[in-house]
Design a binder for this molecule. Sequence first.
Ligand code: NAD
Length: 734
Amino acid sequence: MTLANFKLDTDSDGIVLVTWDMPGKPMNVLDQTVMDELDAIVDHVVADAAIKGVVLTSGKDAFCTGADLTMMQSGAKQFADAVKARGQDAAMTEFVDQAGRASRVFRRIETSGKPWAAAINGVALGGGFEITLACHYRVIADSPKASVGLPEVKVGLFPGAGGTQRIPRLMATPDALQFLFKGESLKPARAKQMNLVHDVAPEGELVARAKAWIKGGGKPVAPWDEKNFKMPSGKIFSPFGMMIWPPANALYRKETYDNYPAVKAILKCVYEGLQLPIDQALKVESRYFAQIMRSKEAAAMIRSLFLSMGELNKGARRPKSEPRTNLKKIGVIGAGFMGAGIAYVTASAGAQVVLVDRDQAAADKGKAHSDALISSRVAKGRATEADKAALLGRIKASADYNDLKGCDLVVEAVFEDRGVKAETTKKAQGVLGPDVVFASNTSTLPITSLATEAQKPENFIGIHFFSPVDKMMLVEIIMGEKTGDRALATALDFVRLIKKTPIVVNDTRGFYANRCVGNYIREGHLMLMEGVPPAMIENVARMAGMPVGPLSLNDEVAIDLSWRVVQATKKDLGEQSIDPAQEKLIKTLVVDLERFGRKNGKGFYDYPQGGKKKLWPGLAGLAGKALDPDTIDVEELKQRFLVAQAVEAARTMAEGVVTDPREADVGSILGFGFAPFTGGTISYIDGLGVANFVSLCDTLVARHGDRFSPPALLREMAKSGETFYERFVGAKAA
Ligand code: NAD
């Protein structure tokens, strides 16, 4: 037997140590060759009577991170090609067979008649964890590097290699459903507590412990293959089952609004599978898996949330000619809301931070934010007192610009005021000289104009964070007209250092994310003024796939800020640039009623002290009319929310503000939570088909006005039949 991916060592007790170590790959993944070799190993183990058992471990840092998602992304396309070549029936048989391949190999391990123990030395995710669930014993390293989880739902798939069957046979159904729905990774101690592994062992003793279990008479039978096995939550058709399933279905709907076919498939797999013996249950799972692998949601989510995000994180937009920078000390000027957050994420990444504000008290207040965040992590057991001391030790709070000496990059987050920003740039450059890259976190001022204050505009760039900085994973990098490659490379290296995902956009009012999300909020405002009940606006937005309703979101970012933006936009672009109904609403709330949002406890919602927020009862009165909810077309409201954002994203691409659909998609999901199941703003358009999208826009223009009007680029693409990914990335269908 020649194996490329596994190494076999049989000891004097007849125990084979199978070490998984794929050549030329940084991590083990499940692919066709691995499956073929696992089949061969099972044959070998079964055939050789001298073999007493098997220990499966990995030769890499991680145990295995799951299936090769690059392969899975093209499931729908592979299927369509097979249908063309061999007809529907043959293609379906092939596809279902292929979808069940890993599951069958794992079941062969489980029923081989020899005891298999998994020695999980690092991260075991997805199929990488499912293979260990088919082993009769699992021991995991007591190491911060080790964890287990089934994160497939995060990319529109589900654990289709036995996960949906073995998990609910290991723990109570509600816990199993939570674990499968959420896709979270668990650290060793928690995995043990949840009955997912049998033992946690010091790293060095892992293999020995696994072998000891085999030598101690480890039984080669899974619990569910024992004669009198009982499901942890009993039968589905039982009084207890009836207490689980109706709420489970309701919870599924509440969490997904039926937008995620993979989550529904989990529910079906568990519900149907628990009524069957394991072998049939696994077949049911494979059939659903074949269906989900062909879903457009899986294709779009894998592309945006795994492949594109990975490419952007690895520096897809970094100028190749620029040598890697070595960013050790970062200056942050302005220790307010944003600057304090930027200082925290930078120090958390291990860099030194000089946090400068107008006076020492303001700078100290900014540093106190880091103290609060890390202290809360310590309290939750996620960091130690030593981590806290080290992190705070890396932040120097100061009112003296001279302390910026030696900084490799400066990020400015002072007031949104041209004069203050100009003064800051001058003062910092007075200390550092013109060659250190200077970045502004401005949200509205054009980078090109701010750069005129810099001695060398090529070293000036925008690094636009989202709030709260420690939670939001997107950073927009904004290129001014004169921004050079070195500034771009430095900004991208910085974003990589703090482990966030960058998109690179060209300079324009609102850049990318705020333009799209501004349209989302405006749609909510206009619906309110049309007389749509406020609760309906908020609920339908979530039904469309948005994480929070537009009115809630506006309360978070502050309505008085919206009022300032409305005024500035009118000043710069003219009266017609603002919808009068929207202006009337915001003016009434801010100027007449002083309802600024969460920050002063009253906005679209009321925020009672210590209580839950509630929609302000006065809202409905602002419109002067109220529509009967039964007469409102919910589908159209959903479309308005998504189309308003997607058409703006298309405009940014038509204008060359965003140049790559991958950035528009990833930016929309990470920046403002655009319905992730669509794959993002641009994938939403490609998924509908550009021609269909254009005709939807035209319908909405006729009913609601020009704000839905598609740019010429979309009409041209609708005619030519091109998708954004074909035109801008050169990729064939999702
Ligand atoms: P903020 O008012 O909370 O903080 C600004 C800080 O700058 C204050 O601490 C102030 O004392 C300090 N400051 C003012 N003049 C200074 C000077 N000359 N030298 C040093 N420090 C000075 O404001 P913020 O919300 O943190 O916004 C800061 C910047 O970030 C703005 O450009 C804003 O547009 C941008 N931004 C804000 C958000 C947001 O959600 N708040 C999001 C993205 C970008």
